[in-house]
Design a binder for this molecule. Structure first.
Ligand SMILES: [Fe+2]
Ligand SMILES: [Fe+2]
Length: 393
């Protein structure tokens, strides 16, 4: 290998490593990736000045249910892969073109130049279905095709490398393809685990609110209000998501309180009230010490604390109340005002807003809520109304 080729190989290897690192970091932050990662990766590793890139790349995934392979075609223009507008659909029963047939037959990757298979370039074109020829500008002179393994089976084909394509080009494409399909498969599996986690949390939250009125939608709405507040307060994206799905667990502690007390029509006696006021602490205990439930725990313990220290269970004040707790407190109060309760009808958005501005016998907005949360709420109050209207009844 010449010095120039070594340098190029090193550059491509570095791009691959950087890409893997970035993607792994994103996946560990629960930012999942799909097959679009192929495009990003192909452009990074094959695109750009000084790289040995093909003129055109086609990514096909097999759609056996419809006897077809479907995919997209990209042209490499300077640093970028530019997508051709049409989607490619190739009938699986028809010839795939020699490279694709080889990968179908069990090879992982093939690199083919026209003069290895045909007498003329024109003859070589007959190897390819019309759908493929249409997308490659000019006659196909060479190609590398690599099998995409993993959950979504397919092939990635790169056409018309400068000069002849070689085992070096095949190695780069295969390395890229193995890496990306591993990341996509890993990401898919983690995504499923994440879905199972969220589902379990929802089930727990529903079970705990079962004793109350209009509960299923109450927890969904509180999740959304809390997410909207957090996002509009400039909280980082990942924390917005965490606050949003954790909000629904604010009242898990109520599972320890007899439903006869939760559903009691008349006024509660002193002991009953004391027990109810322990639900934040019960919630904190139930959520245990898992790192993943840290924010849920903060919400459970702090969603009845008041900014001025007059809340319960600890009488925490100001910023010593965790921010997720301050956010969910406001979301929960807004929803309680909008909802029908045995002791009151649901208020309209306008009536609720009046209470948030002027207060009433129970709610003293300026002393109970974090001023920054309250100010954000006033800014996005329409979103609260829209969430309530779309998710009740
Ligand atoms: Fe509560
Ligand atoms: Fe609630």
């Amino acid at each position: 290998m010449s010095n120039e080729s070594c340098e190029m190989a090193l550059q491509q290897l570095q791009e691959l490593l950087r890409l893997t690192e970035t993607e792994m970091r994103r996946i560990s932050r629960r930012r999942f990736c799909g097959s679009e990662l192929y495009v990003e990766a192909l452009a990074k590793v094959l695109g750009g000045r000084g790289r040995r890139g093909p003129a055109c790349i086609m990514i096909l995934f097999s759609d056996r249910a419809h006897g077809a392979a479907r995919g997209r075609v990209f042209h490499l223009v300077e640093h970028e892969l530019v997508e051709r507008s049409d989607q490619v659909v190739i009938d699986l029963a028809s010839a795939y073109g020699s490279g694709m047939a080889l990968t179908e037959a069990g090879e992982d990757v093939v690199a083919v130049n026209w003069n290895e298979l045909s007498a003329t370039i024109e003859d070589f074109q007959k190897q390819f279905p019309e759908a493929v020829r249409r997308f490659v500008s000019g006659p196909i002179r060479n190609f590398v095709t690599c099998r995409i393994a993993g959950e979504r089976q397919g092939v990635v084909s790169a056409f018309n490398y400068p000069g002849n394509c070689s085992t070096y080009d095949a190695t780069v494409l295969r390395g890229l393809s193995v890496l990306i399909s591993s990341l996509v498969t890993l990401s898919g599996e983690l995504w499923e685990t994440e879905q199972a986690f969220i589902y379990t949390i929802e089930a727990l939250a529903r079970a705990c609110e079962a004793a109350e009125e209009d509960t299923g939608n109450h927890i969904k709405r509180v999740n959304r209000y809390a997410g909207a507040l957090a996002a509009n307060m400039g909280v980082p994206d990942q924390l917005v998501d965490t606050i949003s799905y954790s909000a629904q667990m604010h009242d898990v502690g109520k599972i320890k309180i007899p439903s006869a007390i939760l559903l009691k029509k008349g006024p509660l006696d002193h002991d009953e009230m004391e027990l109810i006021r322990q639900h934040p602490a019960f919630g904190e205990q139930i959520l245990g010490d898992s790192q993943r439930l840290q924010v849920a725990r903060e919400i459970a313990i702090a969603h009845h604390e008041n900014w001025d220290g007059s809340g319960y269970p600890s009488g925490l004040k100001g910023e010593s109340i965790p921010l997720p707790g301050r956010i969910v407190k406001l979301a929960d109060v807004y929803d309680a005002l909008r909802s029908n309760r045995s002791y009151k009808p649901g208020y309209t958005h306008a009536e609720t807003m009046r209470i948030f501005h002027e207060g009433d016998e129970r709610i003293k907005p300026r002393s109970h809520f974090d001023p920054a949360v309250l100010e954000t709420f006033f800014r996005i109050e329409r979103i609260f109304d829209a969430i309530y209207e779309s998710l009740h009844g």
